[in-house]
Write a protein that binds this ligand. Structure first.
Ligand code: DAH
Length: 371
């Protein structure tokens, strides 16, 4: 009897083991929460295989029950635990899948390297504008196609005066009335346009394109100037000198610059001068600010009373100063560019070498030029 019982129990035990293997395999194989739930109900639900077996305990002898009972309880616990573990794993996998599908890339794409360069003429114009803006100057502009009055007459060029010829003017075909338009030979006509339309005090700079029939290593038929004009009641040569010296220091990015004002002649200023700055040549390099050599960088003077009068201002009430400088020449000097004609040759290799980063704006706070 005892042997028989033992055999029965052994059978029952191995059945339980088989059952456990089967159920655990199903749990492992469940790929979804509902498949897992089905397995749970089939095993541990009211009518599940494990529950049904538990019900048979009541009919067993006490010895059998002592043996089978704990085995079934152990089975139940292990299955319940396995289901919990699997459930957690499935939930985590579901969450990972959802996170992956709902992922938003909040990073910006890498900013592409800017293509192209800023031309030295644009760069230097911007530098000059930055310097004079900081001193309180406004920027004014005027047309490239001018008439004789604004380009010459109002600026006190006498009719048939050789100074008109000096300018190698490009004239358009004459109209029926004999008048002819021209390409402005300097930015000075914008002085006239400004004085005729604005009341002093006037403090402007005028960047722009200018034209003369001339071409060699340092002259091109089209070039660039920045004009300056200050009109007030008591602006004088001292102000002119201080303004232009401060400009030269800041523009050439040096602590001090030697300057020299040489008497000169312009029809529109009296007295007139050319401003030279000191420099030194070391090998191929030109060092601005030091040395014994002089280089002319601009023309300037006190606005001629006739010009004030021509523009409707009373010279007994107003006076002021003006200057004009060549942007291309200043660019050649500052950045060591040997031939002016290359400026307009549209050579990509040249602009790649001499051009400036489009994202660097000339700015007095962070530095005028960063190559
Ligand atoms: N307009 C002159 C030129 O192109 C430059 C110049 C000289 C402008 C003296 C001025 C000035 O305003 O005062 O050669």
């Amino acid at each position: 009897m005892a042997l028989f019982l033992l055999m029965m129990e052994t059978d029952a035990m191995s059945e339980i083991e088989t059952l456990e293997r089967e159920i655990l395999a199903k749990i492992a194989a469940a790929e979804t929460a509902s498949a897992l739930e089905e397995t749970r109900v089939a095993a541990l639900g009211k009518k599940g295989v494990v529950s049904e077996r538990m019900k048979t305990l009541g009919k067993m002898s006490p010895e059998e029950r002592k043996e089978i009972g704990p085995a079934l309880n152990g089975l139940k616990t292990r299955i319940a635990d396995a289901i919990e573990v699997k459930k957690a794993a499935l939930e985590e996998a579901a969450l990972d899948a959802r996170l992956a599908s709902e992922k938003v890339d909040v990073t910006l794409p890498v900013r592409p390297e800017p293509k192209g360069k800023i031309h030295p003429v644009s760069q230097v114009t911007e530098e000059i504008v930055a310097i004079f803006s900081a001193m309180g100057f406004d920027v004014a502009e005027g047309p490239d196609i001018e008439d004789d009055f604004h380009n010459f007459t109002a600026l006190n060029f006498p009719p048939d005066h050789p100074a008109r010829e000096m300018h190698d003017t490009f004239f358009f075909e004459p109209k029926e009335d004999g008048s002819r338009k021209l390409l402005r030979t300097h930015t000075s006509p914008v002085q006239v346009r400004t004085m005729m339309t604005q009341k002093p005090p006037i403090r402007i700079i005028i960047p722009g394109r200018t034209f003369r029939c001339d071409s060699d290593q340092t002259h091109t038929p089209m070039f660039h100037q920045v004009e300056g004009l200050v009109i007030d009641r008591d602006s004088h040569m001292g102000h002119l000198k201080g303004t232009l010296e401060a400009f030269a220091r800041t523009f050439f990015e040096v602590d001090s610059v030697k300057t020299r004002f040489r008497p000169h002649f312009f029809p529109f200023t009296e007295p007139s001068a050319e401003m030279d700055i000191g420099y030194e040549r070391v090998g191929n390099e030109i060092r601005i600010g030091q040395g014994e050599a002089w280089m002319e960088i601009l023309g300037c003077g006190m606005v001629h009373p006739n010009v004030l009068r021509n523009c409707g201002l009373d010279p007994d009430e107003y006076q002021g100063f003006a200057w004009g400088m060549g942007v291309d020449r200043l660019a050649m000097l500052k950045y060591g560019i040997p031939d002016l004609r290359d400026f307009f040759a549209s050579d990509a290799r040249w602009i790649e070498h001499y051009g400036f980063d489009p994202l660097d704006q000339p700015n007095l706070a962070v530095g005028l030029s960063r190559k």
